[in-house]
Ligand binder design. Structure first.
Ligand code: HGY
Ligand code: MN
Ligand code: MN
Length: 416
């Protein structure tokens, strides 16, 4: 079985044009995107992706979680397909490349194979996973989690957004709830291309991140209850200020993460204050603490310390506090064979590369549970992501997609 030739390259201009075309759907207010999961804009992005896949001669499958599977046939229809993809949904103030590069990078592989008449033994399937971000409906990687048997589908359908709308109802409403039973598909392997979303590759001037591991994640939703009262006429000793409790706990979260430097991280990105009125002491606050580390024992220690010391803070301030685990996964070690395919691809193509641990969670972290999986990363400007100013260069996108293509073709076995 021949390896892909070193001069086998994708069409970088076409990939970049598709990225810019997709970025027009669900525009943000500062040059990025707001194409949140199962919104009308998500539906438009899905439709454009389907149009492009069908124009490339692929057939589209759609499962009951809205996961999309565009299939290019192989010479052996019984061979398990090689899957490649990521997600098209974005953060509310997201960038143009987070997730999208992985989906359209997969499509560009097919377009290049069509241009050059390349055939493979294994079919190749380009995938768009629903609700990777978990911002509108927690947790993150929801649909790939159901696919991998981590979450129950009925539970996933019941996840609600800030307006009380349910994921399953919204998926149905936008017309992207398929009939194919989620998780029924078997994979030969899965590959995901993603921007690093961190500063390492750019700072070191490295083209390709060979992702050996993904750090683990823990999302704890904290609810603090005090007493709403007048911010002017309530004497300080009488106050039960839920906002003060949250402020001290956010300081605690920062201290916990620093106590496990250099790798652990912690913050709260989601915060709701009630009644959120200028002259009312908050009677209730709800926020989600995001703790991460490559080391499971560190995550467990951080979670335990958070609950223990947050309770002490609230007791001191005469506040009630409750905790709910709303998301998380253990640190991930990707498949060595697939990781080697990516490293070999980078070497064959003459790209600088280094092993890297993914700081962000990805659908690949769940798919790794059910199929040999690995990721390839490209740099992003200033390591910035989950910000509308997220930026990459066309050269980085092209190099990442070339390495992805070589790993996918090598695994799918080119047929002369
Ligand atoms: O939260 C994450 O790491 C991913 O971006 N959803
Ligand atoms: Mn992503
Ligand atoms: Mn993201």
């Amino acid at each position: 079985m021949p390896a892909p030739g070193e001069n086998l390259k994708i069409n970088g201009e076409r990939l970049w044009d598709s990225l810019m075309e997709m970025a027009k759907i669900g525009p943000g207010v500062a040059g990025g995107n707001n194409r949140q999961t199962v919104t009308d804009e998500d539906g438009e992005g899905r439709a454009l992706f389907q149009t492009w896949c069908e124009a490339a001669g692929m057939s589209m499958g759609l499962d009951t979680m809205g996961n999309m599977f565009a299939r290019r046939e192989g010479t052996d229809p019984d061979a398990l397909p090689v899957y490649v993809g990521s997600h098209l949904d974005t953060q509310p103030t997201g960038g143009k490349y987070d997730g999208v590069l992985g989906v359209l990078g997969g499509l560009e592989i097919i377009r290049t194979m069509n241009d050059l008449g390349i055939r493979t033994k294994h079919p190749i399937v380009v995938t768009n996973w629903s609700n990777e971000e978990g911002t509108r409906f927690a947790p993150a990687m929801l649909a790939s989690g159901v696919f991998a048997g981590i979450h129950d589908e009925a539970w996933a359908y019941e996840r609600t957004d800030a307006k009380g709308l349910k994921f399953g109802d919204e998926l149905q409403r936008i017309g992207w709830r398929g009939d194919e039973p989620v998780g029924a598909r078997k994979m030969h392997a899965f590959f995901e291309l993603h921007i690093e979303q961190g500063p390492i590759l750019e700072a070191e001037g490295v083209d390709i991140g060979v992702v050996t591991h993904g750090q683990g994640l823990s999302w704890t939703q904290v609810t603090i209850t005090g007493k709403e009262s007048h911010t002017g006429s309530t004497p300080m000793p009488m106050r039960r200020n839920a906002g003060l409790g949250m402020a001290r706990i956010l300081e605690l979260v920062d201290d916990i993460a620093w106590s496990h430097k250099p790798h652990a991280v912690g913050a709260a990105g989601h915060i709701d204050v009630y009644p959120n009125s200028r002259n009312v002491i908050p009677g209730k606050v709800v926020f989600t603490v995001d703790l991460r580390s490559p080391d499971l024992a560190v995550i467990q220690d951080m979670e335990a310390r958070l609950r223990r010391e947050a309770k002490e803070i609230c007791d001191d301030l005469k506040l009630d506090v409750s905790f709910e685990k709303v998301g998380g996964f253990d640190p991930v070690a990707f498949d060595e064979g697939c990781v080697t395919a990516i490293r070999t691809a980078a070497e064959r193509l003459g790209y600088s590369h280094r092993n890297i641990i993914s700081g962000a969670g990805h659908d690949a972290c769940w798919i790794n549970r059910v199929a040999p999986t690995a990721m390839v990363m490209c740099p992003c400007v200033d390591g910035l992501s989950h910000n509308e100013a997220e930026e990459i260069s066309p050269e980085w996108a092209t190099a990442g997609a070339n390495a992805l293509m070589h790993a996918v073709l090598e695994t799918a076995e080119i047929v002369e």
